[in-house]
Each structure stands twice: as structure tokens, then as C-alpha cells.
Design a protein. Structure first.
Length: 122
């Protein structure tokens, strides 16, 4: 008895059965490769989109940091020389300004500061 006899019997290259088996296998291989390529393309697209999102978030952080510094300067310039360092009410007022829509409007900021100063005379 020789090894591989079954293969020799079932894989006669000239038969219709063999050609059909090869066609099915070739189709399955192509389908699998296409699916792998598609997944790789989707992952690549996702990475690109995340990089864009990350860049936009960095820009937003920079903008908000600059805005916060501006608001602090406005708040301190309107404090009439009063010392509000390490003041929790000041931090609350800044947070209130940042949480509201239109918080970069100078008149709105001035109103918040004036309200803060009236509520917290020192």
C-alpha cells in the first residue's frame, strides 16, 4: 500500500470533477483575498480619519487654551486691583463662562466679571 493513493485517485487533473474543484477553490481564495484587502483598506481609512480628528482636537485644545488665557486676563483686568488668586469663586466664574454659549464675547465676559465682583467684594 502506498501513501497518497487517495489523492491520486481523486485528483486526476483531466477530469471535470477536478476542474470544478479547482474553480471553486480559486474562487474561495480570491474571495478571501478580496475580503482581507477590504479590511485592510477600511483600517487604513479609519486610521486616516482618526488622524484628522486628532489634529482637529489639538487645534480645538489650542484655541480653548488661548481663550481661557484671554478670559483670565479679562477677568483680572476687571478686578480693579483686587487679589483673587486661589479663589474658588473665581474658578467657578471662569468655569461658568467656559460652559456657556458665546463665552468668548467680550461684553458677556465683562458682565460675568462684574457680577462676580459684585457678589465677591474684597
Amino acid at each position: 500500500m502506498t501513501m497518497g493513493c487517495k489523492r491520486e485517485q481523486g485528483d486526476n487533473k483531466g477530469t471535470d470533477q477536478y476542474r470544478e474543484k479547482r474553480m471553486k477553490n480559486n474562487y474561495a481564495v480570491k474571495k478571501s483575498r478580496d475580503k482581507t484587502k477590504q479590511k485592510a483598506q477600511e483600517a487604513s481609512d479609519r486610521v486616516r480619519q482618526l488622524e484628522v480628528d486628532n489634529q482637529n482636537l489639538k487645534i480645538t485644545i489650542d484655541t480653548m487654551t488661548q481663550e481661557l488665557e484671554y478670559l483670565k486676563k479679562v477677568l483680572f483686568s476687571n478686578a480693579n486691583g483686587k487679589n483673587f488668586e486661589n479663589c474658588p469663586q473665581l474658578e467657578d466664574s471662569i468655569q461658568q463662562i467656559l460652559n456657556e454659549e458665546g463665552h468668548s464675547d467680550p461684553d458677556h465676559v465683562k458682565n460675568i466679571v462684574e457680577e462676580f465682583l459684585r457678589a465677591n467684594p474684597q
